[in-house]
Design a binder for this molecule. Sequence first.
Ligand code: GLU
Length: 488
Amino acid sequence: MTDFVRVRFAPSPTGALHVGGARTAIYNWAFARRTGGMFVLRIDDTDPGRSTTENTEQILRSLEWLGLDWDEGPDIGGPFGPYFQTERAVNYAAALERMKANGTAYPCFCSTADLEAKRAATRAGAGTGGYDRTCRRLDPTVVAARLTAGEPHVWRLAVPADRGDIVVADAVRGETVFPAGAMDDYVLVRQDGTPTYNFATVVDDADMKITHVIRGDDHLSNTPRQILVYEALGRPVPRFAHLSMIWGADGKKLSKRHGATSVEAFRDQGYLPEALLNYLALLGWSLDGETTIIPPEVLKANFSLERISRNPAIFDFDKLAWMNSVYIRELGPDRLAIRMFPWIEKAGLAPAGDLQARPDWYRLLASLVAERLTRLTEVVPMVRYLFSDEVVIDPAAAEKTLAVRGAGDVLRAAAQVLAPLDRWTAEAIETSLRSLPETLRIKPKQVFQTIRVAVSGSMVSLPLFESIALLGRERTLGRLKAAQSLAG
Ligand code: GLU
């Protein structure tokens, strides 16, 4: 038995990684890191119809993107592998042998039709619920003969007759008592030899020496059944921590109806992994009840099961967006430039390698957008005018600023002072343009809005002087000239 923490995240690859699963992964990871333990990734792919390699890869990619790392897993192996349930048939067979030998598992030959009839009787009020244990009462010689004859059968757990109530002591929810009488002799191994979830999970968790099972509370009702298998196998029962569900604002379980739910969808919407990680960490856990910005290092150093809340957490998209904007600002211009460049490249605004070719230009751009961004997707519309040769002028903006008296003078005068500038910097540009209102006797606001619309196409843009610096002399003068045809 290991004396340090070993936890696992065991997703079923039946779809993309959702935020609920991601939060479970984050808690396991943070707990392992805080305690100096091991974080194991296991793929529960026992549902062959719905499990796919693409889903497994997508889940791994999403976890990596969030910044999680694991110590053992399908891609890196480890001492307790394989880490795909479909490759662990030997382990399940060995565990079943053990249970057969100590009488905690028995074969059941009841046909589907038999079971259906029993269930119907239960529904009619004649039965006690669950399997009626017909096959548990069979004479051992009969059992042996039927097995030898190759009669189809499943293997069931023999719930001990004298087992009292099962108490699940949960780190989050406290004690939950499940009456022993309510436990039925459930199926461990199906007719085709495949293990059921409750059996496979316990065999794996036991073989992988998992000390703490941290997972969604949709599995709480499975826990007493799983405890019985640990007992049958004579293996120590791990500690459990069941996490409350995540709800949408309407108090219903978070689903697609509420918006994005997969980690990749958040990535594609321009969220930073650090922000999503931070947000999900706080969805049911708190550092001290008030701190909201908790970078990964702080989380890894402080995460504890004691501070997990047992109340359902409500997913607040606005709070996540706010948190994202905080993380975007905290990146600083260099790192923000690196994060936003792929979006610019993907939109076809700049060729690959442009960031390396003119890092200063991108650094200035990043410093301008940082304050204005909530999500990285907003970068492209915000900066488009700085990349194109031509600018598309918003007709309403043109009407207000260009089609008015004096606009032509402003554009000409601006071109005149800018054309001969020695140094094409935001400061030099500002100094020269600041002289215009007085020379032209036009209000500063009108002067600068006219120039802004001419160079950016819109009344709202990044700061004017910096924009002109980024745009370059040639393009700026070209736009000032082109706008004259619209000017009054
Ligand atoms: N594969 C199961 C799931 O995704 C794992 C449950 C567990 O952690 O035991 O729900």
